[in-house]
Design a protein around this ligand. Structure first.
Ligand SMILES: Nc1ncnc2c1ncn2[C@@H]1O[C@H](COP(=O)(O)OP(=O)(O)OP(=O)(O)O)[C@@H](O)[C@H]1O
Length: 284
């Protein structure tokens, strides 16, 4: 669907993106794009959409105008109501379009249709833009930090709706977020960017096996345990993360922790740990 080869984006003296290895995005991919601030995530989206100049090749059978994008900050004309914007952009009308009515209903947006975009709250603006983006049913959709700044409940319900909407749909989604839990729910592949380079791109499972192991057991750092002989990963502050290469290793460690009355968490998909270990602990 999209193949990226030797992609370079330069702004003055800043190399925002420098991707050497070919990257292929398939029609059913659900890709989480991760990286610290300034890693090049938005620049990559802009290059795919043809919104920024680049060197190299982006070969795609989907034209940029067929792609949908949901950016964190959107602006719309402020002389007309949200309903007028929806109808103009989607070339339909609310009262006759069942799918549009269903989305407005789901996002509890009916009462805001008469308002101007600039008068909506942050969460209402996100919901409005999501209605527009989901209605496009594009073959490829980019979501750039759509849930940033929203409260936990609003984030959770937006993610549920996105999941439901794309279930069984043949469309690629690229999702930029700093919330790792959302990536676990929404995506099956991860692209980890660091200083403009793609440092990892594969399925969650393959990357976890490669950088962490069969599973990882994490617990609060303490002097009470003897951890000689265990493989320690890079972990958040005051936390110890032990990589287990087999189930037997994991069971032995868990038994040791239980004997010592330690609380612990076991995971084979912790994206925060994975990211820290892929880019050497420089996640932010
Ligand atoms: N229009 C621009 N002019 C100059 N430099 C830019 C421009 N856009 C981005 N950059 C620089 O390019 C680099 C990559 O920026 P980009 O916005 O792609 O990062 P990001 O990974 O999306 O970051 P964030 O998580 O902070 O949104 C940064 O160093 C940024 O300062």
């Amino acid at each position: 669907m999209i193949t990226i080869e030797d992609l370079k984006v330069v702004y003055g003296s800043t190399v925002a993106l420098d991707i050497r290895e070919p990257i292929k995005i398939l029609p059913t991919d659900r890709i989480g794009i991760i990286g610290s601030n300034g890693a090049g995530k938005t620049t990559l989206i802009k290059a795919c959409l043809g919104l920024t100049k680049y060197q190299g090749k982006i070969i795609s059978d989907v034209k940029p105008e067929q792609m949908a994008v949901h950016m964190q900050f959107n602006e719309y004309v402020d002389t007309v109501s949200c309903k007028v914007i929806l109808e103009a952009v989607l070339n339909t009308n609310v009262k006759d379009n069942e799918i549009l009515k269903e989305l407005i209903d789901f996002f509890d947006f009916e009462e805001h249709l008469k308002k101007k975009f600039k008068n909506l709250s942050g969460g209402q603006k996100q919901r409005f833009t999501l209605i527009l983006v989901l209605m496009q049913d594009a073959p490829i959709t980019f979501f750039d930090e759509v849930t940033t700044g929203l409260d936990f409940e609003t984030r959770r319900s937006l993610i549920q709706k996105i999941l439901q909407w794309y279930d069984h749909k043949q469309s690629a989604i690229l999702f930029v977020t700093h919330y790792y839990q959302e990536l676990e729910q929404l995506t099956n592949k991860l692209m980890i960017l660091h200083e403009g380079k793609v440092v990892a791109f594969d399925s969650h499972r393959i990357l976890f096996e490669k950088y962490c192991g069969h599973s990882v057991v994490t617990f609060e750092a303490t002097d009470a345990l003897n951890l000689d002989g265990y493989r320690q990963l890079i972990a958040p502050e005051n936390t110890v993360a032990i990589a287990c290469d087999t189930q037997e290793e994991e069971l032995a460690l868990v038994e040791y922790l239980v004997h010592n009355e330690m609380n612990f968490k076991r995971s084979n998909q912790d994206i925060e740990l994975l990211t820290m270990n892929v880019i050497g602990g420089k996640t932010r």
